[in-house]
Design a protein around this ligand. Sequence first.
Ligand SMILES: NC(=O)c1ccc[n+]([C@@H]2O[C@H](COP(=O)([O-])OP(=O)(O)OC[C@H]3O[C@@H](n4cnc5c(N)ncnc54)[C@H](OP(=O)(O)O)[C@@H]3O)[C@@H](O)[C@H]2O)c1
Length: 239
Amino acid sequence: MKDKTILLIGATQGTGLEAARKLASDGTRIRVLARNIAKARENYDETVPLVKGDLQDKGQPAEAFEDIDHIIFTAGVTKRPCSEDLIVSTEFEGMKRVLAAAKAAGFCGRFAFLSSIGVENPNWASALLNKIKGNALKWRLAMEDLIRESGIDYTIVRAGYLMNSVSNKRIQLGQNDLALQLRYRIGRKEAARVLVESLRHEEAGGKTFYAVRSNEAGVTVWSEAFNSLRSDDPDQKDE
Ligand SMILES: NC(=O)c1ccc[n+]([C@@H]2O[C@H](COP(=O)([O-])OP(=O)(O)OC[C@H]3O[C@@H](n4cnc5c(N)ncnc54)[C@H](OP(=O)(O)O)[C@@H]3O)[C@@H](O)[C@H]2O)c1
């Protein structure tokens, strides 16, 4: 992807920052949309273009979306507890604004989105999270739906519990919706890798799947792993 430019949204920290580091170390051009440029600059040298933009703002900066090949979206409300209003105005409405801005700029690349396990498989842990964090999982599924219905090419990665630790375990991808449980976890660096690989491989397009650390089998060849997943669109013929 050396000749590509990737826009990252939510890359001042966490998984987005890991994805940016991976891309930059591979020689891919990156651009970062951030609401706090000074904070973002702490992690990026002057060669990386930063564009100021807050997901809560009605308009998104058009220059962020010009001439980009792909988008990685990992933004979300970090603080908890938080109100449902904050989740909706930042995440759900923010996603609508980003998709609209991308379309307005003629974006025709792939949109990689970091979602979460448990959005379709409720249990006590997801109920607790929804209670503390403004129905975050309900709105995350609604964000996924916005992407799936947008007409933009996409990959949706439902990550397990995100952790900062690094592991040399394999990553497992799958499509039965896992419930939110601590045993289903993944490092932020590993989740970032899945997002980056999803942009590199045509086979990841139009697919929603989970990604967790595995004690057993896992991804060895990315193209084969993505290829083994079914498309979200039942009319799409899988290889
Ligand atoms: N925790 C989990 O186990 C888990 C599992 C699966 C998915 N997720 C979701 O995955 C996403 C990434 O999580 P993470 O822990 O890697 O990242 P994180 O540390 O929560 O970082 C969130 C990013 O979103 C940005 N952001 C927040 N509000 C914004 C706004 N109004 N406008 C623009 N940018 C905004 C933040 O920018 P600032 O620096 O300006 O705040 C930051 O860059 C989150 O949405 C999270 O809910 C979490």
